[in-house]
Write a protein that binds this ligand. Structure first.
Ligand code: TYD
Ligand code: MG
Length: 457
């Protein structure tokens, strides 16, 4: 016999509570609990001492489990394939998040059209009408012959369509508008998102269909019901749309089948999302006349180097406190670097506002940009232009030491390829065989880095 049980689920973190309360005791958010009816089976009379009844569960030796090489399906776009770790894995669930208007539907429609030429493909939209989708596809001049589309928000109906048409890949745009009819709560609630995703995940595993879920970001920057989705899905990629640019960056944040933090770059054009094969080139469009506060660094994103320009502006603070504002960089790290500059080099910026920005809207998540950030700040503070052909990378420690970063040689090669002729890099990154065409000054401390800059003239 099954009996209905009521639980109260936090809309933010997904934790269940037996009673309604104003504040979630797990995440501390107010007014986020929603009622949710659970079906719980009661222990049957034939149960064992543990309360278990039914067919005996089995275990297996891991060594005896046969595995097949994962056959991945290309998405038709190299940038997307790389972010996914080599294409779609059959039976996996991929969540693609991003702001409204980032280009998720556009990108997935392009991918769907490309896949439909090779394999059965179903695009389910709960947000746009079939006419709107057809209109967009025609405008993008996509091949449409084999692409199946449905305008549907009932998950059970989507599952039925999947049974009928057996797609290899299925897009659900978006998970927030999907609802399971047997669950009594409103579409968009965390319960519906969770139940819909759970049903679609089961479907993916059972039928080996790749399911791609689109998820909108809330104004706090979270996916609605993020925690409840994150452990269900195999791969979570985020499409970022920096304000004021047509470039879009796609980054993997979780991937059971590949590396995380892999970066793909796209441009939104009149004819849809275009891959940017050489992102270093676009982030480096600098004016002929160089200004103080600009330094180029080589970051390592996933499996490849990326050249980006860092800019800093240091200005006398007019309010009572000095501001440290960073876009694309971690402001807390900048605070650390400023303390290191003061303590180890005697340079105080306590009465100065410091602004730092990564040009092109890229977000840097690694420490290799530390040294370049400090140089950009100093360059602005001292009103001194750094040479156009200089590139710089390295991690900065609290004791003022410059630490090695992964893939130093590849970073130098990438810089040289883009015309940089001198570099300041951690000494520990230098090898016996130098990279031809670029003169590298190896440094071990922040003080040495400043000396190296003085020596540049
Ligand atoms: P869309 O894919 O609908 O975003 P999302 O699904 O992430 O909400 O993209 C919508 C934006 O993209 C919209 O502002 C118009 C723009 N766009 C282009 O610039 N070029 C195009 O070819 C298309 C289809 C859209
Ligand atoms: Mg959309």
């Amino acid at each position: 016999m099954a009996r209905a049980k009521v639980a109260y689920v936090c809309g933010d973190c997904g934790v269940e509570h037996p009673k309604w309360q104003g504040q979630c005791s797990a995440c501390g958010k107010w007014n986020t609990l929603r009622e949710f009816t659970l079906q719980r089976a009661t222990a049957s009379p034939g149960a064992s001492a543990t309360g278990y009844s039914g067919t005996p569960p089995t275990v297996a030796r891991l060594a005896e489990i046969e595995t097949a090489a994962l056959e991945r399906m290309s998405t038709g776009m190299d940038e997307l394939d790389r972010v996914l770790g080599g294409g779609f894995v059959p039976g996996s669930v991929v969540l693609i998040g991003g702001d409204p208007g980032a280009g998720k539907s556009t990108l997935l429609l392009q991918v769907a059209a490309a896949i439909a030429r090779r394999a059965p493909m179903l695009y389910v939209s709960g947000e746009e009408s079939l006419q709107q989708i057809a209109d967009r596809a025609r405008r993008l001049a996509l091949p449409l012959d084999n692409l199946l589309v449905a305008a549907e928000t009932r998950v059970e109906a989507v599952a039925e369509l999947a049974q009928q048409h057996r797609p290899s890949v299925m897009v659900i745009d978006s998970i927030q508008v999907m609802h399971v009819e047997s669950t009594g709560s409103v579409p968009g609630s965390v319960t519906q998102v969770r139940e819909s995703a759970a049903l679609l995940t089961r479907l993916a595993k059972q039928t080996l269909t790749t399911v791609i879920l689109v998820g909108h970001v809330t104004k706090e920057g979270n996916l609605a019901g993020p925690k409840v989705l994150e452990h269900m899905i195999d791969c979570f990629v985020m499409l970022d749309s920096p304000a004021g640019t047509r470039f879009r960056t796609l980054r993997s944040q979780k991937n059971r089948f590949g590396a995380v933090n892999e970066l793909g770059v796209f441009a939104m054009t009149e004819t849809g999302m275009k891959e940017v094969a050489n992102p270093s080139a676009i982030f480096l469009q600098r004016p002929k006349e160089m200004s103080p506060g600009s330094v180029v660094t080589v970051t390592w994103e996933g499996t490849r180097p990326l050249l980006v320009e860092l800019q800093a502006l240091v200005d006398e603070s007019r309010s009572g406190y000095s501001r440290r504002i960073a876009v694309g960089l971690d402001p807390q790290r900048i605070g650390m670097h400023l303390a290191a500059l003061h303590r180890h080099c005697g340079l105080s910026l306590t009465d100065q506002d410091v602004f730092a920005n990564v040009v092109g809207g890229v977000r840097i998540s690694e420490t290799g940009a530390d040294l370049a950030t400090v140089l950009a700040v100093l360059s602005s503070f001292q009103n001194r232009v750094l040479p156009r052909n200089l590139v710089c990378f390295g991690e900065l420690g609290l004791t003022g030491e410059v630490r090695a970063v992964p893939n130093g040689q590849e970073r130098l090669r990438e810089a040289q390829k883009h015309g940089f002729e001198q570099a300041i890099a951690p000494r520990a990154n230098l090898t016996k065989t130098p990279v031809p065409g670029i003169e590298v000054k190896g440094v071990t401390s922040l003080a040495q880095t400043l000396e190296a800059i003085e020596a540049l003239g």
